[in-house]
Ligand binder design. Structure first.
Ligand code: CA
Length: 363
């Protein structure tokens, strides 16, 4: 074969290979992949929706575009609270949401968002990342064919919005309040009715009178939903969600199909979002609280001490009684141990410092 005919032949082969590549699905032939992520949030809703989007985009960026995560808002593929089933069944590859929405699957999922009188965000991270929390969550979620990764935290949440003042436990009785998770059960023990509805459905429920009180997150998120247009009494502190972790759940077959390097990227993207979302909430809650008070005529109120003490007692009862089986008991024990050990440290460090700084400097 002379050089000229060799080149000609090689050219033909190359052209043929190129044509075959064009005909095949380009994404697969280049090892590229698209994953569908359903969420429990409205699209681009501040903090939660935008955090979910940032988590998805970060995976795409960190894999240099090999893995594209396509985000679908609540209701686009499935309603908010069906996100878990969609991922467990493989109808979606991943979700971004809050584990306490899956209480109906197993009560212990609540511990991987927040429980009443539970841990603050940084205490919770200590348990999840270095205190055995992740391993217990892995065990629980694996039973449903899901792998969980923390991907966000709201920090401590507000007590909620009420039409009337809360001056005694009597004022809690008869209320119909939106509150998901174990907090809802605490409300029921106080004689109130608790309903769990997705964030995007709260405002219409208030407008129609289906509920007469609600909690959601805090000043930044609550103001974005416009609750201040209907209710004016904004209570603190919240007993029910002291530092709510947001989570990504990945279908176990999808998770197992990822290379160890890509699994590391998913974990890193989750850790990054955990930090990013928390700092975003911290920055924006302060300015939004000012706006609620100064522009929207919201009245900031603190639950009376005796009312809050009742909330603490009822919360502790509900949490202590939450274990419904062996794994539930191990999760409860591990969580309470971490709350005690980390809490005792936090009590004589950050909390004493913050209290002294704020009272002496009148912050
Ligand atoms: Ca909440």
């Amino acid at each position: 074969m002379d050089r000229r005919s060799f080149i000609k032949k090689a050219g033909v082969v190359t052209a043929g290979a190129a044509a075959a590549t064009t005909l095949a699905t380009p994404a697969i032939s280049q090892g590229m992949r698209e994953l569908t992520m359903v969420t429990t949030w409205p699209k681009n809703f501040p903090g939660l929706g935008t955090g979910a989007q940032r988590f998805a985009d970060r995976i795409t960026a960190m894999t240099d575009g090999r893995i594209t995560v396509n985000l679908l808002a609540a209701g686009e593929l499935v309603p908010a609270f069906e996100a878990f089933d969609a991922v467990a069944s493989g109808a979606a590859d991943m979700y971004h949401g809050a584990e306490y929405y899956w209480l109906g699957k197993h009560k212990a999922f609540a511990f991987f968002t927040a429980v009443p009188m539970g841990m603050l965000a940084n205490e919770f991270d200590g348990w999840m990342n270095h205190g055995g929390g992740q391993e217990l969550w892995d065990e629980l979620a694996a039973g449903f064919g899901v792998k969980g990764i923390m991907a966000g935290n709201t920090g401590v949440q507000m007590g909620g919005w009420f039409a009337k003042e809360i001056n005694s436990m009597e004022d809690m009785r008869g209320l119909t309040m939106r509150m998901p998770g174990l907090g809802g059960e605490v409300l029921r023990r106080m004689g109130a009715s608790a309903v769990s509805i997705p964030g995007g459905e709260i405002f219409p429920a208030l407008q129609s009178g289906a509920i007469d009180a609600t909690e959601f997150v805090g000043p930044w998120n609550d103001r974005a939903f416009g609750f201040q247009r209907i209710l004016k009494n904004y209570y603190y502190p919240g007993f029910h969600e002291p530092g709510s972790g947001l989570s990504a759940g990945i279908n176990m077959d999808v998770w197992n199909s990822l290379t160890p390097a890509d699994q590391t990227i998913f974990r890193a993207a989750g850790l990054a979002e955990n930090n990013d979302m928390y700092s975003e909430f911290m920055a924006n809650n302060g300015t939004s609280l000012n706006a609620l008070i100064n522009e929207d005529d919201v009245i900031l109120r603190r639950f009376p001490d005796d009312v809050f003490a009742e909330m603490v007692r009822a919360s502790e009862e509900v949490v202590q009684e939450s274990a419904e089986d062996e794994i539930g008991q191990r999760i409860l024990d591990s969580y309470l141990r971490a709350r005690r050990d980390i809490g005792r440290w936090a009590r004589i460090s950050e909390h004493v410092y913050a209290e002294a700084r704020n009272s002496i400097l009148d912050i």
